[in-house]
Design a protein around this ligand. Sequence first.
Ligand code: FAS
Ligand code: PHB
Length: 390
Amino acid sequence: MRTQVAIVGAGPSGLLLGQLLSLQGIDNVIIERKSGDYVLSRIRAGVLEQGMVAMLEDARVAQRLHRDGLVHDGFSLAFDGRRHRIDLKGLTGGKTVTVYGQTEVTHDLMAARAAIGATTIYEADDVALHDFDGQSPRITFVKDGVSHAIECDFIAGCDGFHGVSRRSLPDGAVREFERIYPFGWLGLLADVPPAAHELVYASSDRGFALCSMRSMTRSRYYVQVSLEEKVEDWSDQRFFDELRRRLPADVAEAVTTGASIEKSIAPLRSFVAEPMRFGRLFLAGDAAHIVPPTGAKGLNLAASDIHYLSQGLIEHYRDKSDAGLDAYSNRALARIWKAERFSWWMTSLLHHFPANTPFEQRMQRAEFDYIATSPIGSTGVAENYVGLPY
Ligand code: FAS
Ligand code: PHB
C-alpha cells in the first residue's frame, strides 16, 4: 500500500489531520491500534477553545457542534467557599468557549472520514515506523495475523502519550520535560442536570473539585484524589458526598445525584518532548505533550498542533514549499509551552498539595484574592482559558 501521509492514531489529532488533508486532496491512511468503538468509549475532554471550533468548521464537521454544543461566556473559581466568576466574554473582547465532549468531536470526525471514503485501519497490531530519517518512510503492522507495509512521504505520530511514534525516535533525538503531580482526578459522568450553568473550579482544604457538563442533562464531575486511591473504593454516594464537601454551599445544594455512567481516575502530569519533528516524522497532540486537565488545554493543544502541521503539509504538496514543515516544531512549541504554563499554574493554584507549607497555602489564597479583586488578574486568566492566538 502507498499513501502520501501515514497517520498513526485515530484520536482527535489523527482524525482532524486526516480530514483537513483529505479536503485538500492529499491522500492519507490512519493506522489505529484499537477498535473505533473503543476509541469512542474513552471519556476525556469537554471544553473547546474558539480556535478549535474554527478548526472543526474548516474541517466541515461543526454542524452537530453548533447544534448541541453549549457556548459559555464565563466560568467560576471558588476558594474555601468564596466564588469569583471569570467573565470570559467581557474580558477578552467577546471570546467564549464551547462545551462539547471529545467523544462527540471524535464521532463527528469519524463520520466525516467514512463519508469522504478515506482509509482507517483499526485494530492494527505491532505498528512500527521505519526509515523516517530518510526519503522513503514506511509503516508496518499486523492485521488479522497478516503483515502489511505502507510506503509514504511523511508520517504523523498522532498516537498519544503511550504511542509508538515518540518511542521510535533514536536515543537523544528528543529532550523530555516532565512534572508528575502527587494526585489524580477521579471523574464521574452521570445523566443528571449540572449543578451550575457554567463550570465551577473549586479549591478547598479537602482538595480540588470541578463541576462540568456535556449537556444540560448530563454532568461531568471530578474530585482530586491521592494516587493510592482505587476507583472501586468509590461508590457513587461517596463521590457525591465528597464533591459537595468541596463546593461553595449554593453549588453543593444544587448538585443532583444519579447513577454513574462512567467513573475513572486519571493521573496528572505536565510533559513536553522537543523537537516535534525528526526527518519525515512529525509528532502531534498527546504524542508530544501532556497537560494536567485543569486548564482544559489537552485537546485544544492537539488542535493547534494539527493547524500548523496540516498547513505545512498542504504547502508542501500544493506550493512545493517546505517552509511550513520546517517551522512546525518551533511554531507548535511556542504555543504549547504557554499552555503548559497556564495548566501548571491553574493546577498549582487550585489543588491541595500534601507537601505544601503554611506559607505556600497562603500564597494560593493570595493568588485567588488577587485574581478576584483585580480586573487585570482576571483578564490574564480569561485570555489563557479562551485560548491564546494560533
Ligand atoms: P489520543 O491519546 O486521544 O489518541 C491517540 C490514539 O492513538 C488512540 O486512539 C490510541 O489508541 C492510538 N494509539 C496508541 N498507540 C498506538 C500504536 N502503537 N499504533 C496505533 N495507534 C496507537 N484534555 C482536556 O482538555 N480535558 C480533559 O478533561 C481531559 N481529560 C483526559 C483524561 C484522560 C484519562 C486522558 C488520557 C486524557 C485527557 N485529556 C483531557 C487530554 C486528552 O483529551 C488529549 O489531549 C486528547 O485525547 C489528545 O488527542 P490525541 O493527540 O489524538 O491523543
Ligand atoms: C470536562 O468537562 O471533562 C473538563 C472540563 C474542563 C476541564 C477539564 C475537564 O478543565
